[in-house]
Ligand binder design. Sequence first.
Ligand code: G6P
Ligand code: MN
Length: 446
Amino acid sequence: MKLTILGGGGFRVPLVYGALLTDRGEGRVTEVVLHDLDAGRLSAVARVLAEQAAGVPGAPVVTATTDLDEALRGARFVFSAIRVGGLAGRAEDERVALAEGVLGQETVGAGGIAYGLRTVPVAVDIARRVARLAPDAWVINFTNPAGLVTEAMSRHLGDRVIGICDSPVGLGRRIARVLGAKDPSEAWIDYVGLNHLGWVRGLRIAGRDELPRLLADPALLGSFEEGKLFGADWLRSLGAVPNEYLHYYYFNREAVRAYQQAEKTRGAFLCDQQAHFYEAVAEPGARALDVWDRTRAEREATYMAENRETAGAGERDADDLSGGYEKVALALMRAIARDERTTLILNVRNRGTLSALDGEAVIEVPCLVDANGAHPVAVDPLPGHATGLVCAVKAVEREVLAAAESGSRATAVKAFALHPLVDSVNVARRLVEGYTEVHPGLAYLG
Ligand code: G6P
Ligand code: MN
């Protein structure tokens, strides 16, 4: 079974390959094709994978190519994990927005819009090629902003593209652990929204909703990341636990200020760190896996710490970090490839789940997964304030998709201006000016 990884020269690819190496089951992946535009990054990551595979019997065979069509032909699964504009682009997304006094985060607010505008055309091109060259393949989209990018691809691939994120399951696991669940993975997480914009409204352990017990207990609320981040009072007012990314909405001023005061933004930090990684791996005699492992540990230690420290949230523990994207992706791929029924929180088309959105809108929701794909389960409606945010942000996403399709600069301005975290149409205009100046990937906006 052939798995193609787009963005195959990316730093997180060894996490995916490491997860594949633990899979000994029937129908597992036997062949991995890495695709990337950058041959140097590809060969660096291929070296790490070769060292990971050493001595593992039956390790999936790895090949690498810079030819996209060749990579796609015959693939059963495609993991799309690209970063258009690279980490330097992410740093620019942050910088341009912060200069205007608004949030430049990777996926939220102005930064997320800029990233979406340059990613959607590339993702659409990939989707078209998959539809032509590997029409039976399942595409698992890792690429951020994941909900928006999945929706762009779904216009060409229907329900054969599924978007993933590690944050909802991570949040559910942290809550379940605080509530004393013996096996946090057994908890039913009542979560819904858009990617990076969802709420846990209930958490059932052995059939009983234990969330009210958490919300009533200040000590429990103070003992995990989101509890510290949002504060017990606010969580009690909401009656739900929001995804950590909602911090950027509920505490926007503080978040922008923390970003502005940071010595380096997250994107700038990672940009330097990764550049160093690829240089170090290329050095003669370097043990690629050791270099990778050191860099990963360093990255995890700083995970989101910069912008969250001020809000009192601590770093994550190792367990949180090991249950990330690769596990969700592998669980999803296994469920489809082997018809192993399971429930996962995924980004799929709404199909009537949230009545405030149309059927084509990609949302993030628990899904039953089997050989026929991911089917969203029925969930309770969101309260008005949450529906309001979800609809506002989905409207922005639709403007991004329209701008990417038409190349209209006015539509791009509209996307920024309509975002709840952009506070003036003039700011939106200057953001489009600023971003088109620094991003070659936005040249299509006239
Ligand atoms: C979480 C989110 C991802 C995001 C990542 C950023 O895992 O779910 O969507 O890409 O954080 O992490 P980074 O180390 O790149 O700042
Ligand atoms: Mn995510």
